[in-house]
Design a protein around this ligand. Structure first.
Ligand code: AMP
Length: 190
């Protein structure tokens, strides 16, 4: 089972991914987490991406595709991947389709978490106060949201055309959203 959790920053992708990891033994592949780990380790990659991430812009397709490729075998061995924050551009989506195809796999389900912009800003402001993640400050958040609307949201027709898209009201409680995601996953498994 390969699942994409799709939605703008603050939609709850990470929260739902972590729950699924515990309950379904899948592997969370968050390119944001991988990039933050690279920055924390002081690696060359971290140095290349830190400024871009601080500004809220997207890092290159080449970098994130390579990160995902490296982790795919691990996810496959565990029984499936939850893609969180990837793909974010059409080129990334196409690269992912190809990578999976080459391994005899595919994306089985894309769950879109729909949350309105005001609620996102409120959530991110709260997260900024709690964790102090630099790109959660309100100005950078606006850049991230614009990147989502301009570069990522256009992927929706790609997955809709493949009949894989399920839309979920992400404004509900964590449990309510979880129930809808579980039903969609069980529908694919059935
Ligand atoms: P996230 O934690 O998913 O919100 O990602 C944090 C930041 O990492 C983003 O604002 C981008 O700068 C970068 N990033 C994460 N995933 C991607 C991706 N798939 N493509 C390009 N940039 C990414």
């Amino acid at each position: 089972m390969n699942l994409i959790l799709f939605g703008p920053p603050g939609a709850g992708k990470g929260t739902q991914a972590k729950r699924l990891v515990e309950q379904r033994q899948m592997v969370q592949l968050s390119t944001g987490d991988m990039l933050r780990a690279a920055i924390a380790s002081g690696s060359d990659l971290g140095k290349r991406v830190s400024g871009i991430m601080e500004r809220g812009e997207l890092v290159s397709d080449e970098i994130v595709v390579a990160l995902i490729e490296e982790r795919l075998p691990e996810a496959e061995a565990a029984g499936g991947a939850i893609f969180d924050g990837f793909p974010r551009t059409l080129a990334q989506a196409q690269a992912l389709d190809q990578m999976l195809k080459g391994r005899g796999r595919q994306i089985d389900l894309v769950v879109r978490l729909k949350v309105d912009d005001e609620a996102l800003l409120e959530r991110i402001t709260g997260r900024f106060a709690e964790s102090g993640r630099p790109d959660d400050n309100p100005d950078t958040f606006k850049v991230r949201l614009a990147a989502y609307n301009q570069q990522t949201a256009p992927l929706l027709p790609h997955y809709e055309g493949q009949g894989k898209l399920v839309e979920v009201d992400g404004m509900g409680s964590i449990d309510a959203v979880a129930k809808v995601i579980d039903a969609a996953l069980d529908g694919v498994n059935a």
